[in-house]
Design a protein around this ligand. Structure first.
Ligand code: ATP
Ligand code: MG
Length: 404
């Protein structure tokens, strides 16, 4: 009944330089290492694979030794959790020792290394994320019905949803993310119901983890259906109570604009669309512990800015900032993006020093005159240096006259 391939199908990533040698070093021929997670899932769906994860029976120190013996760099990226990154020709592969949970508290897990594949599979979140494939023959190992669920686009917890959410609350957001990415949204499923009932437990998570997961969800091609369900069923309330269905409608408008303009999805821009005008970007940036750069961008997307032309907007906010605002419906129409996308934002050709050299005496009037000149320069459509100099000369003459 499953319409998926019976073996891991050939895919670009399998031919990446060094991968074969790494698999050999990890004992793949003896069944000691398997591909797992997103790489297996996405290959089965025939979509591009981002990162490759390998699970292995060998303990981390042994993994490090084997990676080095094969001539690759080994970075202990998450050694406490059993993860070592092998760097193959600038391309990282994460290798994790089989594990089982010893204790969990909703935020972090204490793990023990194990040698049982089924046990390792059991602590993963969804059945479609617990598929393993032998690197050699591509034989699939599916302990919890993940292939059928993947074929049916069903995001299903392994085991009891409420118990799995209690172990790690982030799985609520991961459920919505994978549903938006692969799933058919089924608001009647037991998995969905558990996520809704336990949504308040999200508050126990660190803001950074929530923000990361939310922004990843928002950056998917079309998260709007899942977002609407999350708003209607109160899942976002503990995190972003200000988001309403009006915000989801604004998100849909943004998706249309992005498509029309051929702009790639962007999580932060979509967050900006979801928030009502009256909500301060500062407040959200602080709550989600966004980076300073992200906060500045969110702010620029929402603060009032006046600009008479798309070019003037790009001059004020930079190309990215101007495109953000246009896509968000806050300035001009989508066609304007074509005008500024590859337009080299010019630099004001004159400085305060130039004005002084042209006869203006040093002092506070220089900054004022320079600002006035910049406004005139923008309004005149960014003329080149000569023409700007002429504008400045005229301005200085009238300033000098006024002070005589
Ligand atoms: P993506 O394409 O988004 O990277 P992925 O399936 O590779 O998808 P990752 O977040 O990279 O997802 O995690 C790799 C694997 O680790 C998952 O497929 C899943 O098996 C397991 N995993 C990750 N996070 C959790 C979690 N919170 N609880 C249980 N298992 C998890
Ligand atoms: Mg991954």
């Amino acid at each position: 009944m499953s319409a998926l391939p019976a073996h891991l199908p050939p895919a670009d990533w399998r031919g990446r330089e060094g991968l074969d040698a790494l698999c050999t070093a990890l004992g793949a021929d003896a069944g000691e290492a398997r591909f797992v997670g997103g790489a297996v899932r996405d290959s089965l769906l025939g979509i591009p694979v981002k990162d490759v994860d390998i699970a292995t029976v060998h303990p981390p120190q042994d993994v490090i030794r084997r990676i080095k013996a094969a001539g690759f760099k080994a970075v202990p990226t998450g050694i406490a959790h059993g993860t070592v990154t092998a760097v193959l020709h600038h391309w990282p592969v994460e290798i994790t020792t089989l594990r089982r949970d010893v204790s969990t508290d909703g935020r972090r897990a204490t793990v023990a290394f194990a040698t049982d594949w089924r046990e390792d599979a059991a602590r993963r979140d969804f059945t479609m994320n617990a598929l393993y494939a032998d690197p050699r023959g591509g034989t699939l190992h599916d302990y919890f019905g993940g292939l059928d669920d993947l074929a049916a686009r069903r995001v299903r917890f392994i085991g009891d949803p409420a118990a799995r959410i209690a172990e790690d609350h982030l799985r609520i957001l991961r459920f919505f993310r994978f549903t938006a990415r692969f799933g058919a949204l089924d608001r009647g499923s037991a998995d969905y119901a558990a996520c809704v009932v336990h949504a308040a437990s999200l508050m126990a998570l660190s803001r950074e983890r929530i923000a990361d997961e939310l922004l990843t969800l928002l950056a998917l091609p079309d998260p709007s259906e899942v977002l609407a369900a999350m708003v209607e069923d109160g899942v976002l309330r503990p995190v972003l109570p200000e988001v309403t269905l009006a915000g989801v409608a604004a998100l849909r408008a943004l998706l249309t604009a992005e498509r029309e303009a051929g702009c790639a999805p962007d999580g932060l821009r979509r967050l900006a669309a979801l928030l009502p005008d009256k909500t301060g970007a500062e407040q959200i940036g602080a709550r989600l512990r966004l980076s300073n750069k992200a906060r500045a961008r969110l702010n620029a997307m929402r603060a009032p800015v006046e600009a008479a032309t798309p070019e003037a907007l790009a001059y004020r906010l930079g190309t990215q900032g101007a495109i953000d605002r246009i896509l968000l419906g806050r300035a001009f129409t989508v066609e304007a993006i074509g005008r500024i996308r590859d337009w080299p934002v010019p630099q004001m050709p004159l400085s305060g020093g130039d004005l002084i050299a042209m006869g203006l005496s040093a002092g506070p009037q220089v900054a004022k005159a320079l600002q006035a000149l910049e406004r005139a320069w923008v309004a005149a459509g960014f003329p080149p240096a000569d023409a700007t100099r002429a504008m400045a000369a005229q301005m200085i003459v009238s300033l000098l006259r006024a002070t005589q």
